[in-house]
Design a protein around this ligand. Structure first.
Ligand code: 4NP
Length: 158
């Protein structure tokens, strides 16, 4: 894979999973000195303009990460041009994203986040919205593993 520089993280609401993924990716890329820019978006528009869910913010804060600056926005077709890699948190998000793909070439930028997981390869990041704090901890653990593996690959490709 050519080295992606601009990475978009995508879930349904853009207030739980994808802002957590963005917070992890931007901090770990910074720590490694990798020049990566990040953003996140939701396939649904219910929470546009909102900060991340308080439960997502609390889980990130437990790990020393602040995502309070992030605001939800909707995934749009133009994201296929603006980003090098589009990472979906689950299969439904990926299907919704692929329906908007302008071309087959651009559709190839879209992948499941957990393609980079060692422990749950190709699975969905479970939607934590209806559960309690433990669901957010599970999301964090899955995302941390996948983000580390993705950054290993990007660093090796440079
Ligand atoms: P996310 O979680 O897709 O990880 O941000 C959700 C947030 C909100 C809703 C569903 C999932 N919702 O139905 O409002």
């Amino acid at each position: 894979m050519a080295s992606p520089q601009k990475i978009l993280l995508v879930c349904l609401g853009n207030i739980c999973r994808s802002p957590m993924a963005e917070g992890l990716l931007r901090e770990k890329a910074r720590q490694r000195g990798l020049p990566i820019t990040t953003d996140s978006a939701g396939t649904g528009g219910y929470h546009v303009g909102e900060a991340p869910d308080p439960r997502a913010q609390a889980e990130m804060r437990r790990h020393g990460l602040d995502i309070s600056d992030l605001r939800a926005r909707r995934f749009v077709r133009a994201d296929y041009e603006r980003f090098d890699l589009l990472l979906a948190m689950d299969g439904n998000n990926l299907a919704d994203m692929l329906r908007l793909a302008p071309s087959g070439r651009l559709a190839a930028k879209a992948h499941l986040m957990l393609e980079w997981s060692a422990v749950a390869r190709g699975r969905d990041v479970p939607d934590p919205w209806f559960g309690g704090a433990e669901g957010f901890n599970e999301v964090y653990r899955l995302l941390e593993d996948a983000v580390n593996n993705l950054l290993d690959e990007l660093a090796a490709d440079r």
